[in-house]
Write a new protein. Sequence first.
Length: 580
Amino acid sequence: MKFDVKHILFFYLFTLLAGALFFIPAIFVNRFATAPALWIQAGISMGIMGYVLLTKNRITLPPKSFILLITIWATYHLWQSGGNIENMTTIVTLVATFFLFHAIWKHLRDKKLLFAVFSLLAVILSLWGLGQFSGLLKPYHGSFNVTGPFDNPAGISAALVVLLPFVLYTFLWTGKRHRALSAAAVCLVAGVIILSRARAAILAMVVMIIFFFFRMMRERDLKIRPVHHLFLFAGFLLLFTGMFFMKRDSASGRLLMWRCSVQLVADRPFLGHGARGFTANYMNEQASYFMKHPSSKYAMLADNVRHPFNEFLKWAVNHGLVGLCLTSLLIIVPLWGSREDRSTELFAIRLGLLAAGVCAFFSYPFNYPFIRLMTVALLAFALAANPRKGITALNGYFSKGIALLFSLGLLFSTTRQAYHEREWHKIAHRSLRGETDRMLPRYESIYTYLNGNDLFLYNYAAELNVAGQYKISMKIARECDNLWADYDLQMLMADNCRQLQQHDETEGYLKKAAAMCPVKFMPLYQLTGLYLETGQEEEARALAQKIMDKQVKIPSPIINSIKNKMRNLLNEPKKHYDKS
């Protein structure tokens, strides 16, 4: 492959990966997901164009059987997307990423330089996290000290633990001249993972270090005795137990999520509930659980949930066992195909995939575009490491023309998505500044494109509610409810119905909101006011007593005010309740 610039390929990889990590301009509503995703889509489309135009040789493709598998996977998930443009673009981008990285693997002559790129990204990200922990930089979430360029420690910790194997590789399999610098990099990355206090990433790091330890012993011809296995197993068990009790409430809350998620899988085991199945159904299932078990020990732990903290379980809910099996095959086949390759490079790649897998079992790393990009890239590298089973495409104008047209189509879709996401950000901020009435026509203008985005639908419905257009707000909110079962959405629909004097519907939405999050006081408070409005004072008194007896999870002035008003209602039963 002839390039005008010596290391253009590595420069491209660094730019693509760095953008996926650090490109988070505050120009989109969801800057932490939208901006990196758009960067990746644009980067992959331009990468394919550059590769097709610059390469003189035949394009290396995966084996025919794997092409068939990935085609079936993509077709199944595109069908499950239900026409959602954002989901479909993500699927197409992932497939394109795999083929691009598989093709360029053979051109990466110096794998050490590739791993140096990964290590450099890990060091930069770690310095960002360390700066936040020390107070020099501001984190993006007020409740956490270390978030990096993410909205949550789960993002920075998952990114670092996936990159850590390549920092370890640089430490052990480079020259002695840079050994001290590499050791400092390893300590820095591992230290920031610990400082993030993200238990899934810490667990993944420990598992990775155990495998790394055994590899080192084998390379030095040291015998691994049963006592070593026993010691490591005992230490791992103690660590796992300690992390459970470190945040016991959080861990117990995940058990509730998994229990409700398993029930969703049982409801539709084979094909699942669709690409948005979890968000569309989970909170309804949680509400049903608390209606059946009002005294459950999980009542104080339940909150709004958008992810079950287990990627495999979420995949089963959304896409069923069929989708889970197809995805598992896409992971297993590259690893099995490269099983005979014992090189240190492939060992580092496998460790990175192992780290992503452990995080995926206890967290939500694939919510972040960078982790998706790295995982697909590492799988492509693993499959490409066995070139004997690859096939080559025709080196003709027709095949290259198709690739170029595909890239241009993806780039056009990305540009269009960026425009509408940017427009949404602008009108949402102007609405917050009191220009709601003026912004509603602009909301309507982008509704056609963003009507598959649950957060946009909720935002649009809320602004219509503020403007007093309750009927239209209710229509949009119901569309949102089909994609996203959510406590706040139930409260919004309850207010719409209340304003429209639809008291039965109001009662239903408030009861559902109360069941979704039993720890919340506001649904019961508003339900009490509804009963007083409709002359059901006995029901209001009974509910007021329930509010007085209700345990408070986090004290606040609002809860104190609610309890005071309920106390007044109980002390003066002849007087109507002052809703103000």
